[in-house]
Structure formats: C-alpha cells, structure tokens
Ligand binder design. Structure first.
Ligand SMILES: [Zn+2]
Ligand SMILES: [Zn+2]
Length: 193
C-alpha cells in the first residue's frame, strides 16, 4: 500500500481486501476515514480485527525454530539466562518456545510443564515436546509394551524413570541417563585411544 494524495475507490477497496484497518488506509491514502468505512460497509467487508496485521505467535516461533537432522529443532532466538530455556517474546511478554511448539502440534494449552522428550536438551520440535499428561501416557505405554509389568521406578543405577525413562523405536524401555553415561564413557575411551 503506497501513499496517494487522492485515493481512488478501487485503491481503497484493494487495501480493504488486503485486511488493512480503515484508520491505516485513511492515513496512508490521505483520505477521510469515514469514506473508507462507508465503502467497507457497502461491500459487506468485515471490520478490521486488531492484531491481524502483526504476525501470530506461531509465525514468530517459526522464524527462530531451526530444523535439524533426526527431526529435532534448535532454537536460534532468546534464551532464559540461567536455565538456557528457549524463550519467545510476543505481545510484550515472554513465552516458553516449548509451550508454543506444544500448541502448534496439539492445538491446545499444555497441562503442567512442557519438556522435550526426545533426549535433545531444549529441543523445540513440536513432535518432541510433551506436557505432564503426555509424559504419563508414555509411561503407561511403556508398562503395556513391557508386557503389563509395572515400569521400574528406578533403573539399576538409581535414576528416576519418571524423568529419565524413554521408549525406543522398537518399543523397548530404557534409561536415558544411563545411555548418556554409556555414550560419554565411549567418547572418553575414544579420546584416550
Ligand atoms: Zn528433538
Ligand atoms: Zn539409569
């Protein structure tokens, strides 16, 4: 939309179809706001909805979420200083990028804390984040997959499985903390060799 000293009816109609507000059209075309409104009402176009010209929180989220191999997503935006948690500022406040990712996948607000369940710390891939009921569901599924036996509260090394328990693609339950420790030992061995 560019400024014109004398806006034609066609120009005003085009700007209305683009979803601009009557106030903005009047300002940019230097014409009467009442005239813009009259044309809008005559054509039965909807009144401007506040916020429709600014990007949605999901649009802003997509600007900062960078896809990685294996379906993970890295956050290139702001982070919380102490916890390093990915943050998104929108509408004059900060939102958890993981919560926005959860809403993108499920279309609803999460219950309790949202965390990445894929093993990558602070991953923001919508498919990889879960809320409290989601984590509980994963545990119930684990119990079912392990043949109805109760999932161990702790692994053989004492890690809390409510936090570290994971299900591999083949359905086998495993401890993620132990897996990480094994990988770390393997790396140390490689370095020493
Ligand atoms: Zn991930
Ligand atoms: Zn363990």
């Amino acid at each position: 939309m560019s400024a014109h000293a004398n806006a034609s009816r066609e120009q005003i109609i085009a700007a209305l179809h683009d979803g601009h507000s009557a106030a903005r059209i009047a300002r940019e075309f230097h014409c009467d706001k009442g005239r813009v409104r009259a044309i809008r009402d005559e054509l039965g176009l909807p009144a401007y909805v506040r916020g429709s010209e600014t990007p949605s929180i999901e649009d802003r989220w997509r600007q900062y979420a960078k896809p990685l191999p294996d379906g993970h997503m890295d956050w290139t935006g702001e982070r919380q200083a102490t916890s390093n948690r990915p943050l998104l500022s929108h509408g004059y406040r900060h939102h958890s990028a993981a919560v926005v990712a959860f809403r993108i996948r499920t279309g609803r607000d999460p219950v309790g804390q949202v965390r990445a369940e894929c093993g990558m710390r602070h991953c923001v891939a919508p498919e990889h984040v879960e809320d409290e009921p989601g984590r509980r569901r994963i545990r119930v599924q684990a119990r079912y997959l392990s043949g109805g036996r109760a999932v161990q509260e702790r692994c053989q090394h004492g890690h809390d499985q409510a936090e570290h328990g994971r299900i591999a693609a083949n359905g086998r339950a495993y401890c993620h903390a132990c897996k990480r420790a094994r990988e770390e030992r393997a790396r140390a061995k490689k370095r020493a060799a």
